[in-house]
Write a protein that binds this ligand. Structure first.
Ligand code: MN
Length: 198
């Protein structure tokens, strides 16, 4: 069944093997091809008659509860996640206003990365660590359980590390901190700086 309000997976802006060895093609095949697709299928199946048809993902996440919240949250989270990467080896660093805000709010880029990794490694169970901006442009690192997204706190999400085991287990098994430390090699800071948009 199709309807006018169904969601689709975001297109990957790189080849499925372009993030290796930080994220393998096999992990992309499962994470993007199976896990994200399942969240999309579940959300699309739940939308008809829910009252949330036609809303943006962000608005569904802000307003819904239960299964619709969980699946819409995971679709939004993975959309932001999979579009923030670039092939390993390309040089990338925070730009412009975002670079200034990181220095202002965390002391330095290195101090920000250390704090972000620590909050990702220390998040119990499944969830996401986020860099997000408030309406004044101040930066915050938040830990969200399960399908959580900082839009629920009135923040604009900028960067995220997925700490669900499905994001890293094929490549790193239980070594979540090693996976998080490696992710910096593939962050496209041009994308993150544009999301900050100041
Ligand atoms: Mn995931």
């Amino acid at each position: 069944m199709t309807n006018n309000f169904s969601f689709s997976p975001v297109a990957l802006p790189y080849a499925q093997d372009a993030l290796a060895p930080v994220i393998s093609a096999e992990t992309i095949a499962f994470h993007y091809g199976k896990h994200l697709q399942a969240y999309i299928n579940n959300l699309n199946a739940a939308l008809p008659g829910s009252g949330f048809e036609g809303l943006s993902l962000e608005d569904i996440v802000r307003k819904a509860e239960g299964g619709i919240f969980n699946n819409a949250g995971q679709v939004l989270n993975h959309t932001l996640y999979f579009t923030q990467f670039k092939p390993a080896g390309d040089v990338s660093a925070p730009e412009g206003a975002l670079a200034d805000a990181i220095a202002r709010d965390f002391g330095s880029f290195e101090e920000f990365k250390a704090e972000f990794q620590k909050k990702g490694a220390g998040l119990f169970g499944s969830g996401w660590v986020w860099l997000a901006a408030d309406t004044d442009g101040k930066l915050h690192i938040t830990q969200e359980s399960n399908a959580g997204n900082p839009v629920s706190r009135g923040l604009t999400p900028l960067l995220t590390f997925d700490v669900w085991e499905h994001a890293y287990y094929l490549d790193y098994q239980n070594r979540r901190p090693d996976h998080l430390a490696a992710l910096w090699q593939i962050i496209d800071w041009h994308v993150i700086s544009a999301r900050y948009g100041r």
